[in-house]
Design a protein around this ligand. Structure first.
Ligand SMILES: C[S@@+](CC[C@H](N)C(=O)[O-])C[C@H]1O[C@@H](n2cnc3c(N)ncnc32)[C@H](O)[C@@H]1O
Length: 453
């Protein structure tokens, strides 16, 4: 359906206050995830375990009102902004949809807030949307959300503040909220109120293509024991888990490296758009860019190399990256740029350099070159732990590859070996389908542990 005809031209919407038509369109497109009907049933079953009877229900981001169609309650009110969604609704008599932004709601006395809020990353939130949602959350809860929060976090706070003192919140949200630093404000807020939390981890394929493990999360304001219960399905059985990672082992903690830390993990460089800033060997050669003068070796992923690989040597680099056609050359823009490099930069299409990072720079391509790490570690991994190699060729860590700074050459070898051999998977929450992701400060915590051994 055409965007202008279907979305912005609907009278009374507030989209123009959110951002440009393109930003709103992108945001609404990202929201287009429908909850499978079996999952809607499952959420209601979870609700019924906490409440025998349900009075007033609120649903923020109600879509076609599918949560209204399935439950047993006195009254249901849904908020849905997207006409592509609410035009399909078929509601029971005691349910209604309001075609306005959820953050315009003044409700605070619902018995239940149910639903599946949008998973939209902070980078894709229209600025006007974000500012309004942040203001509403601040006014309602006193919590200042950082610009890094994902859309569902604003909706979660809105839900918590829309139910009464004995109310229940039941939402489908990413499972990782139980441990990630990015959700700490939510956990702190809930803990400070002493509400009971039940987190039911959903099987990985629940949302098919959405690469995030989801959960049904219930926050019960009536139980004030501050207890967190973790549940997961095994076969046909629902089992209680002791720790958020879903295993018996303790969750890997987070630790910040200090100025004096002998070892420090640092995030891989985010130059703005890997497609522009990192080139394959063939691209480099065709553009006449010289190694050293115009480009420097880099690694954007450790996926190509075997887990047993200990060192990124010139030979390994050639075999798995340079000769294999992978992106392995980072533009060297730290000093005066050559004629060839200038020619390349001048021909980069505007759409490719339209990223937030490039737009923030005076010269869209100019960034300061980070230090070269001694060890390269993959932050994402399958299996028992991450890959780690000694950086013998002085490659830069880009994207999901993190760099370890500080160790001497011999110690770097030991650190890389210890990381490769450490079992980490059971101590962190799986991101999705067996893929684990380590945050930088989890790698820092791991380094502290290895140092203490
Ligand atoms: C993940 S979908 C869920 C839809 C539906 N509840 C379901 O379960 O299938 C999130 C919904 O939130 C809506 N939405 C996003 N931002 C909104 C806002 N500020 N106010 C109201 N609805 C919003 C989107 O249009 C989308 O339909």
């Amino acid at each position: 359906m055409n965007f202008r005809a279907s979305r912005t031209e609907i009278e009374g919407n507030h989209f123009h206050q959110w951002g440009t038509a393109e930003e709103v369109d992108l945001y609404l497109d990202r929201c287009q995830i429908e909850t499978p009907l079996e999952l809607v049933d499952k959420v209601w079953q979870c609700v019924m375990q906490h409440r025998q009877r349900v009075g007033d229900v609120i649903d923020f981001g109600a879509g076609d009102g599918r949560f209204a169609a399935k439950g047993d309650y006195k009254k249901y009110t849904g908020y849905e902004v997207d006409p592509l969604r609410w035009s399909k609704a078929q509601l029971p008599k005691n349910a209604k949809l309001i075609h306005r932004c959820a953050f315009s709601s003044r409700l605070r006395g619902a018995d239940l807030c149910i639903g599946n809020p949008p998973y939209v990353r902070n980078q894709d939130l229209p600025e006007g949307w974000r500012q309004r949602a942040a203001r509403v959350v601040r006014q309602r809860t006193g919590v200042d959300l950082s610009g890094l929060a994902n859309a569902w976090q604003y909706f979660f706070f809105l839900a918590l503040s829309s139910v009464n003192d004995r109310g229940l919140v039941a939402l489908v949200i990413p499972y990782e909220w139980v441990s990630r630093p990015s959700s700490k404000k939510l956990r702190d807020y809930i803990n400070s109120q002493g509400w009971g939390v039940t987190v039911y981890r959903l099987p990985d394929m629940t949302f098919g293509r959405v690469l995030t493990t989801a959960s049904i999360t219930l926050v019960d304001k009536r139980t004030r024991d501050g207890k967190w219960t973790y549940l997961a399905q095994h076969g046909n059985e629902i089992q209680k888990k002791r720790f958020a990672g879903g295993n018996k082992a303790k969750v890997l903690e987070y630790e910040r490296a200090t100025k004096n830390s002998p070892l420090k993990a640092k995030r891989g460089l985010s130059p703005g758009n890997q497609k522009i800033f990192t080139l394959t060997e063939a691209e480099r050669a065709e553009l006449g860019l010289k190694i050293g003068r115009d480009v420097i070796a880099c690694i954007t992923s450790l996926k190509p190399i075997p887990h047993s690989c200990a060192t990124l040597s010139a030979k390994t680099f050639s075999r798995y990256y340079r000769d294999a056609g992978r992106r392995c050359w980072l533009l060297n823009v730290s000093k005066e740029t050559s004629f060839e490099l200038n020619a390349y930069l001048a021909n980069v299409p505007a759409v490719d350099r339209g990223t937030a990072t490039c737009k923030l720079r005076e010269n869209w391509w100019e960034f300061s070159m980070p230090k070269i790490p001694s060890v390269l570690v993959a932050t994402g991994f399958r299996g028992k732990g991450p890959k780690a190699v000694v950086n013998a060729i002085g490659a830069h860590a880009v994207g999901s590859v993190c760099g370890i700074h500080g160790p001497s050459a011999s110690f770097a070898k030991e650190i890389a070996r210890k990381i490769r051999n450490t079992e980490v998977a059971s101590k962190i929450v799986a991101h999705s389908m067996g893929l684990h992701k380590l945050e930088i400060n989890q790698i820092n915590a791991l380094l502290m542990r290895l140092l203490a051994k």
